[in-house]
Ligand binder design. Sequence first.
Ligand SMILES: C[S@@+](CC[C@H](N)C(=O)[O-])C[C@H]1O[C@@H](n2cnc3c(N)ncnc32)[C@H](O)[C@@H]1O
Ligand code: SF4
Ligand code: SF4
Length: 358
Amino acid sequence: MVKYIVFEITGKCNLKCKYCYNSKYNTKEFQNTELSKEKVLEILNEAKNLGFELSAFSGGEPFIREDLMEIVEKSPLPVSILTNGELITEEQMKVLSKLKHIKELRFSLDGFDSHNKVRVNSDYKRVLEKIKIAKKLNIYTSINTLITSFNIDEIIKLYELIKNNFYGVMWRLDVPIISGRCVSNKDNLSVNKDKLFKKLKELILLYMKEKPKLKIIIADIFKSSLVTKGFYKHTLKEHPCDYALGSVTVRPNGDISFCPSLGIAFGNVKDKTLKEAMNGKEFKQFRKMKIEDVKPCQKCKYLYICGTGCRADAYTLDQDLEGKDPSACEHFHYFEKYIVPLLPENIQEQFDSIVNKT
Ligand SMILES: C[S@@+](CC[C@H](N)C(=O)[O-])C[C@H]1O[C@@H](n2cnc3c(N)ncnc32)[C@H](O)[C@@H]1O
Ligand code: SF4
Ligand code: SF4
């Protein structure tokens, strides 16, 4: 597992996506709390010395910061950047394409008209143009899509577009976590689970039949390697969360957490070194957690496949870091019904043997 540091390098944003989990940082309260360029570079250098292997820049919108390119150019770690694609220019992409340590440019694209409706102030055509330029410049490109009621009926059309135009990209699909602006919009955004899984089934069937040069990851539901390598069987002594094995997220105000989805501050790097901030009692305690510590999951038949789900979801939905993940519980029922039967026979047998043993 690669150890990486995610920098939410600004809270500011030019868009107002209806689901944005980080919306609170795009407010007056947080406007002047951003870390300086010098501090960001200092932490990146320290992170390298601490054995981190990758840095990712997110936000807010990273390209709103005028010093982003300078930070990225000077980063001692390989870099991945997440962007809404609206502000990044062709000139910036030309510079990025020449930097060996730029590993990935990840664009958020949710569909066609649905994109414009849910990613308020964005235009999918503009984002598509930027993705085309990145591909032409041979930058490793990936696309993030959040599935909501807005775009569920455009997902197959989006698959066709990506497949036909963006050879070799990585397409990540996810469902929103209920945090930030997503809390007040959740009823509008949510998709009936039966409808969601039927659509995913349609998408996965097409993907398995056509075998396009495109890697797909759908939340914890499907990834390309599932068809060839099968399921990973968790052990009880493992940590429930891959992030906890070494990754860290620095929020726009310097707070640190394990991952972008977890809204708990375990420390702050503003007046401390990264090592000092990561030395807090709660941070260390969370790192020690094991799958066997998540008591409500121990008798679940899906435990060794699910691994207790996502800690951020458990905390957000039930305010319990050591509780089950209600969204994983709901998903697994549909996963078994709709997705497992699509997998090769030997992988289905593997699923049965793991699930029935428990
Ligand atoms: C917070 S944004 C920051 C980078 C940039 N502004 C962008 O939109 O790509 C990073 C990613 O998180 C996704 N995201 C936003 N709100 C989310 C939520 N509630 N649940 C899951 N992902 C979310 C966005 O779609 C985007 O792909
Ligand atoms: S998801 Fe990204 S583009 Fe949308 S409001 Fe949040 S930070 Fe801005
Ligand atoms: S499906 Fe639910 S109860 Fe079962 S292991 Fe996953 S989170 Fe725990």
